[in-house]
Design a protein around this ligand. Structure first.
Ligand code: PGA
Length: 250
């Protein structure tokens, strides 16, 4: 059976002192969970988060990286830099990055490859707009984004990629996809991976749902056949709420 992975995406929130406090508070509460817990924090919090999360079962991720290893890219941070301080995960291709920072399927693919070259595990986001959903194009859009994001990876790399299905209209809006719609979308992504990389790889790859996940809807979403946890934005900023999502069975 696939494990459940609950990842927080703090976006542009939290200062170092708040980060330290958050992790100190959360760690004892989730120390016995069998699920994987990841916090993807701003660059300026990474070092503090990594130090505070040492000897806990909380893993730390970044929210973006550049695909080049180094060079004249003012303001950017490379995979090599993230790895140098022991960051483990990195979110790639979040819809906010695609929308506000011109990320394309091509740059997403370059970043995913660079993540693996630097020993980082990517959490790759895909998802449709409301317009695309209403036009009946969900499957086409998300399977194509998935295919392009993973292009050129080995089977083993694909198995080690986490995919987050995040319908754009559900992010930060309080609107969640129904559990059936979310599961259908995740299934479609898994089917596409099976077509390209084989059923074994598809059966192993973690595919999360994201978009207004909170403690009150986590259980119904996570009990679906293909949803392997969540990428959580707003609800990951409060210890108690995030803890309840991690302990969704209770
Ligand atoms: P949300 O964000 O949970 O606040 O909707 C999810 C995300 O953007 O990853």
């Amino acid at each position: 059976m696939r494990r459940k992975v609950i990842a927080g995406n703090w976006k542009m929130n939290m200062l170092p002192n708040e980060t330290i406090q958050f992790i100190e508070d959360l760690a004892p509460l989730v120390k016995d969970t069998e699920h994987e817990v990841i916090l993807c924090v701003p660059y300026t919090d990474l070092f503090y988060a990594l130090l505070t999360a040492q000897n806990t079962n909380i893993k730390i991720g970044a929210q973006n990286m550049h695909f080049a290893e180094s060079g004249a890219y003012t303001g950017e941070v490379s995979g090599k830099m993230l790895k140098s301080i022991n960051v483990e995960y990195v979110i790639i291709g979040h819809s906010e990055r695609r929308q506000y920072f011109n990320e394309t399927d091509e740059t997403v693919n370059k970043k995913v490859k660079a993540a693996f070259e630097n020993g980082l595990k990517p959490i790759v986001c895909v998802g449709e707009t409301l317009e695309q959903r209403e036009a009946g194009k969900v499957e086409e859009i998300i399977t194509n984004q998935t295919k392009l994001a993973l292009e050129g990876l080995t089977n083993e790399q694909v198995e080690n990629t986490i995919i987050a299905y995040e319908p754009i209209w559900a992010i930060g809006t309080g609107k969640t996809a129904t559990k059936e719609d979310a599961n259908d979308a995740v299934k479609a992504i898994r089917k596409k991976i099976a077509e390209i990389y084989g059923q074994n790889v598809a059966d192993g790859v973690i595919i999360q749902y994201g978009g207004s996940v909170k403690s009150s809807n986590a259980k119904e979403l996570f009990s679906m056949s293909d949803i392997d946890g969540a990428l959580v934005g707003g609800a990951s900023l409060k210890v108690e709420e995030f803890q309840k999502i991690i302990e969704f069975e209770k």
